[in-house]
Ligand binder design. Structure first.
Ligand code: DOR
Ligand code: ZN
Length: 348
């Protein structure tokens, strides 16, 4: 790593949580990730979700066929955990390298989660197998009971689901995805090395006031919903301590502008073009740039038992005003923090 006042050079990062969608939207958003990241964990929640080997292979091919010339990018595929998933098929797909991990969405927790898990007891056989083969379980950590306040859903998930789950399956490898609360930070910090967590740029740089004060900003609406400043500070402190259990996962989740600027706003933030600059900004604000490389490029591969990338990426200190670059009707997207100026520019 090279850390100079005007330049940062780090091992090339990976994105451990990414939504690429499919069709025309995939073509438009993929280059913003493949230009910067070497690998990415690809979320399976398409309208027609990735629930078996065949759909996993087809989706991987589709992604690879859209990687621009000159970009070197490996999609790491995940399988959507449905209650009818066959443990034998999963094991075969893991050992043949088709799926890197399994993603568990509680039923109706977020975009396209209607195939998600209703009761943990319904997936005992699958969890047993994941534990046995050490295949990572990626978890959207929110309960979905309508009676539970939306700001409390992650903390309740830890109490109601994580504690019993880890007791029953102590050797299961788990990534708590896009954590957003101090309870999740404390839970990860107090767990053994079977538990890791991804943290998004938006949960680090924003809190719920950014979403709600003066006007509602639909482009900051995401799941888990942004929490109060206390929680934002806990996430920032977690990364500034250099704890290797936390790693980069952008959760870039594009929705076309008509679905964001609408009376029924969809949850998700398109941050692929700006995420790495935002992370650099936050680490610098925290005076923690010495841990920037491990968060972006080392902690994730170590958790997943994958080799570290050998090439590098350079960020230079150069104010750049964020513009909307995907403006192809009907696929216009609003880029995270558009109109703002960031100080670190990623050289590609
Ligand atoms: O805000 C979100 N958007 N959170 C998720 O968990 C899913 C994602 C999406 O797919 O749009
Ligand atoms: Zn996501």
């Amino acid at each position: 790593m090279i850390l100079q006042s005007n330049k940062i050079v780090i091992r090339r990062p990976d994105d451990w949580h990414l939504h690429l969608r499919d069709g025309d939207l995939l073509k438009l958003v993929l280059p913003y990730s493949s230009s910067t990241y070497s690998r990415a964990i690809i979320m399976p929640n398409l309208i027609s979700p990735i629930v078996d080997i065949k759909s996993g292979i087809d989706y991987r091919k589709l992604i690879l066929s859209n990687v621009p010339n000159g970009h070197i990018f490996s999609p790491l595929m995940t399988c959507y955990l449905t209650e009818v998933l066959d443990p034998d098929e999963l094991e075969q797909a893991f050992f043949s390298g088709i799926f890197t991990a399994v993603k568990m969405y509680p039923l109706y927790s977020t975009t396209n989660s209607s195939y998600g898990v209703n009761k943990i007891n319904n997936i005992t056989k699958i969890l047993e197998r994941l534990q046995k083969i050490q295949m990572p379980l990626l978890v959207h950590c929110e309960v979905t009971d309508f009676n539970i306040d939306i700001f409390d859903r992650e903390a309740r998930f830890i109490d109601d689901i994580m504690h019993p789950l880890r007791k029953q399956f102590p050797e299961l490898k788990i990534v708590m995805e896009h954590i957003s609360t101090k309870e999740a930070v404390e839970y990860v910090e107090s767990s053994d090395n079977k538990v890791g967590a991804t943290i998004t740029p938006h949960h680090l740089i924003l809190n719920r006031n950014d979403l709600l004060v003066h006007r509602i900003n639909p482009h900051f609406y995401c799941f888990p919903i942004l929490k109060s400043k206390v929680h934002q500070e806990a996430l920032r402190k977690a990364i500034s301590n250099g704890n290797s259990k936390f790693f980069l996962g952008t959760d870039s989740a594009p929705h076309i502008i008509n679905h964001k600027e609408n009376s029924q706003v969809q949850a998700g933030i398109f941050n692929a073009p700006t995420a790495l600059s935002v992370y650099a900004t936050v680490f610098e604000e925290l005076n923690a740039l010495r841990y920037f490389e491990s968060f972006c490029s080392e902690n994730g591969p170590r958790f997943y038992n994958l080799p570290l990338n050998q090439d590098t990426i350079t960020l230079i200190r150069k104010p750049w005003k964020i513009k909307n670059t995907v403006n192809l009707s009907p696929y216009s997207l609003v880029t995270f923090l558009v109109g703002n100026t960031l100080n670190w520019f990623v050289e590609n």
